[in-house]
Design a protein around this ligand. Structure first.
Ligand code: MCN
Ligand code: CUN
Length: 796
């Protein structure tokens, strides 16, 4: 018999199936369980008092009136935290951060005291009853002020901190870069600012801490993208035994990087529960979230590109200055101070590059933390593509052609990038071609003329980028010394149904759907027969969590590997059932059969039953396995985004006429989910380019602390996106997949900005910093000048 009886992979929800998201069943019915849904017997509620000043010495805190309010159970101040050695905590970047302020407040919104009460309203009354006497100090609200002579030292708590510089860091070959610039026919220069931005998850941060004195067990429900890291942090900071700590991340209403760090509120609620011996819930409000949690970006660039007349880029120089706020709490691999900024220009074949990065403290909430960025890659790719566009314009060469000349060729992999990464696969020219065709690039000159006749300015922008996704490998990537790898555990029950757990943590990305598809692909067990669980440290195997789009590259690989372990054991069971030796057994999706007699076979489900009911002598019973996966390299997805805009020069308003996205994230597990990730990412990119900014006045007051000022795009203003796919499998990933979760937010912004700049370049304008608000575009057109920096604060 030669006809295969292998299962139809798409039908069982395997690789490539646009399977409906199983988690949506509960989400769309309002049956998700978020931290605020957790209600425990005897639970108390916590509210945080935040500083109204950006920089001030605390002279005194009087909590007596708060203690007198009926229903108030506990009032915590920095002094009380200090008595337990908990006033400060370590950050993910070897800095320290105040949990509750003791000496000074260093940003508006910083945590000063906490009230724990019978209900949230009493807790809030308690917060309002606390009297704090502040002595205001001059505030530093941008990095240039931070570096000025005589600037007040923000971190005077640190003994070895003579100034406001957090780090100076460099990478690349400076001498080779200088030589490249000496040989250049032309040097293109550009100064840019990537403004501070906020991840804006729908669910704010929160925790429910439950310390049980009798069992000595601490359980914390928490909005964390990396629950195992939180467990380690609590064990180390609070000096509690790790096996007595259980961190549970239930459903999370969006993370976007906001929920990677450990926040003061988490730590305070834990201490409050230990002291009151009652569960304590803390739920941050929207303004608290907008002013105090981890911000993205806020970084300045001076960039230079050394060019040869024929369009070849000879070298690149980048100098960055980043604003880290009052505490350096960015999450990033320990080795790299400015994240993976040095992934810039990875898709281009450039002989020499040098990057000098400086980070400084300011009186703002911790910045640069993370926001759909893969450790600063968002900034890296934005700078890269703005510099490439300006360089093409300066040379007077077609922007698409210029990129093509400099792309790494398809046959030039593995390729060493200008800053030393090793990329391994891609078809950059093909992606660009598909994009150009789709957006009608060949016909653009005619369209531009036609628009000009109507009094409109037309522009086309291109952004091409490759993104390093999936930290580790463990040799180069660690956070606070903990190596970056990930894990999966698979238990196949006797009836062939299974439970899969990983060390990642979905926050909306759809892991419950896609991980089951990988198992289905590897084992032929229908995806509907596999339940996926993440986020409970008592049950999930150790993992570093979900950020930097590392889940598919690392945890997803572990899922494939653990499935293969199960298949190897199932093969032994199959040989036993078929009464042949293992070598004579062949596999096809869902079934083992005898090579010489393909009609004789057993299904994976029959093997599962045998593991519990009919195992051969000497074989360990059960069908369970664990796999830890340490990836050999990052994965390198590629994206090419093209945007066409039309500007009304009388108002500066710009409309997106067409947007084309061509993404190559290797093999797609679930095409529908991938497209959802890209659409969401592009929407965020559009918001950054078009409307969002959060800024500070001279006293450090945060402007944009509510969603009337900080705008979230809705379906109404978001343009349509046309998506195209190219598949270049990742050569080292077990199923050929690359990460995708952040690609569109990373590559998207430059496409919008480049399109507007293309439309206005005839006016002598080289740059408008984001957001490209109509008044800024109008000013640039009418004055012929660049518009730099964050939008100025308008005070009435
Ligand atoms: N996927 C796929 N095929 C591929 C690659 C990915 O089907 N070749 C699927 C994955 O299986 C997963 C999803 O796409 O279901 C995203 O996968 P991946 O690229 O591995 O990214 P992560 O799961 O690690 O998600 C993290 C990434 C980050 S870092 C941010 S920030 C972000 C993002 O995901 N935050 C999000 N997308 C988000 N989407 C939602 N809804 N909510 C967030 O908070
Ligand atoms: Cu950089 S935000 Mo995502 O990596 O969690």
């Amino acid at each position: 018999m030669s006809a295969t009886t292998a299962l139809d992979e798409i039908k069982i929800g395997g690789l490539g199936a646009s399977r409906r998201r199983v988690e949506d069943n509960r989400f769309i019915r309002g049956k998700g369980s978020y931290v605020d849904d957790i209600v425990l017997p005897g639970m108390l509620h916590m509210e945080i008092l935040r500083s109204p000043f950006a920089h001030a010495r605390i002279k005194s805190i009087d909590t007596s009136a708060a203690w007198k309010i009926p229903g108030v159970r506990l009032v915590l101040t920095g002094e009380m935290m200090a008595s337990r050695n908990l006033a400060w905590m370590p950050t993910l970047s070897y800095d320290t951060q105040a949990v509750l302020a003791t000496d000074k407040v260093r940003f508006q919104g910083q945590e000063v005291a906490a009230v724990i009460a019978d209900d949230p309203y009493i807790a809030r009354d308690g917060v309002e009853a606390i009297q704090v006497e502040y002595e205001p100090l001059p505030a530093i609200v941008n990095p240039y002020q931070a570096m000025a002579d005589g600037a007040p030292i923000i971190r005077d708590d640190k003994l070895e901190q003579p100034d406001n510089v957090v780090f100076d860091w460099e990478i690349g070959d400076q001498a080779a870069t200088e030589r490249a610039f000496a040989e250049a026919d032309l040097v293109s220069r550009l100064d840019l600012h990537y403004p501070r931005s906020h991840p804006s998850p729908i669910e704010c941060c929160g925790s429910v801490a439950d310390f049980n004195r009798a069992t000595q067990k601490l359980t914390v429900y928490i909005t964390s993208q990396a629950p195992h890291i939180v467990r380690a942090a609590v064990a180390l900071v609070a000096e509690l035994p790790e096996h007595m700590i259980r961190i549970i991340s239930p459903d999370i209403g969006g993370g976007f990087g906001n929920k990677v760090p450990v926040y003061p509120g988490y730590v305070i609620s834990i201490l409050a529960s230990i002291l009151t011996e009652r569960p304590v819930k803390w739920i941050e409000d929207k303004t608290g979230n907008l002013i105090s949690t981890g911000f993205g970006r806020d970084i300045y660039l001076h960039g230079e590109v050394a060019l040869r007349k024929d369009g070849k880029v000879l070298g690149v120089r980048m100098e960055t200055l980043s604003d880290h706020g009052a505490f350096f709490s960015d999450a990033q691999p320990s080795k790299f101070k400015i994240g993976l900024m040095h992934s810039a220009f990875a898709c281009y074949d450039i002989p020499a590059a040098h990057l000098a990065a400086r980070g400084v403290y300011t009186n703002k909430a911790p910045g640069g933390v993370a926001y759909r960025c893969s450790f600063r890659v968002t900034e890296a790719m934005f700078f890269q593509e703005r510099m490439m566009q300006a360089a093409a314009d300066d040379l007077g060469i077609d922007q698409a052609e210029f990129r093509r000349i400099n792309f790494v060729r398809d046959d030039d992999f593995p390729h060493r990038t200008p800053y030393g990464f090793l990329t391994d696969s891609g078809q950059y020219g093909k992606c660009l071609d598909i994009g150009l065709e789709a957006i009608g690039y060949a016909d653009f000159a005619r369209q531009k003329e036609e628009a000009a006749a109507r009094g409109r300015l037309l522009g086309i922008g291109i952004s091409a980028m490759t993104e390093p996704l999936g930290a580790g490998n463990s040799r180069e990537y660690d956070i606070l010394g903990i190596k970056m790898f990930d894990s999966a555990e698979l238990r196949v029950h006797m009836t062939g149904k299974a439970i899969l757990r990983t060390g990642a943590k979905t926050q909306g990305q759809g892991h419950e759907t896609t991980w089951a598809q990988i198992v289905a692909h590897e084992l032929g067990i229908p995806a509907d027969d596999i339940v996926v669980e993440e986020g409970d440290t008592d049950t999930a195997p150790f993992g570093m969590g979900t950020y930097a789009s590392r889940s598919t590259p690392v945890a997803g690989a572990a899922v494939a590997m653990v499935s293969r372990k199960i298949r190897a054991k199932a093969r032994k069971l199959a040989a036993h059932l078929l009464e042949v030796s293992e070598e004579d057994v062949e596999w096809e999706l869902g079934r083992f059969y005898v090579r010489a007699a393909p009609g004789q076979g057993v299904t994976i489900q029959e093997c599962a039953m045998a593991a519990y009911a009919n195992m051969p002598d000497g074989l360990e019973p059960g069908l369970e396995a664990n796999a830890y996966y340490d990836p050999p390299n990052l994965t390198w997805p590629f994206g090419c985004y093209l945007c066409k805009v039309e500007i009304d020069p009388e108002t500066g308003v710009w409309d997106v006429i067409q947007f084309v996205a061509v993404d190559d994230c290797g093999v797609r597990i679930n095409p529908m989910i991938v497209e959802g990730q890209i659409m969401g990412g592009l929407t965020e990119a559009y918001a950054k380019a078009n409307m969002q900014f959060i800024t500070f006045d001279a006293d450090g007051n945060c402007i944009g602390s509510n969603y009337m000022d900080y705008l979230l795009p809705t379906a109404w203003e978001t343009p349509g996106f046309e998506l195209y796919e190219v598949v270049t499998p990742c050569p080292h990933h077990p199923i050929g997949a690359k990460g995708v979760g952040e690609c569109a937010t990373v590559g998207g912004p430059a496409a919008f900005v480049n399109a507007v700049m293309d439309a206005v370049k005839g006016f002598g304008v080289r740059n408008i910093d984001m957001p490209l608000l109509p008044d800024r575009v109008y000013e640039a057109i009418t004055t012929g000048r660049d518009i730099s920096g964050a939008p100025p604060v308008k005070m009435d």
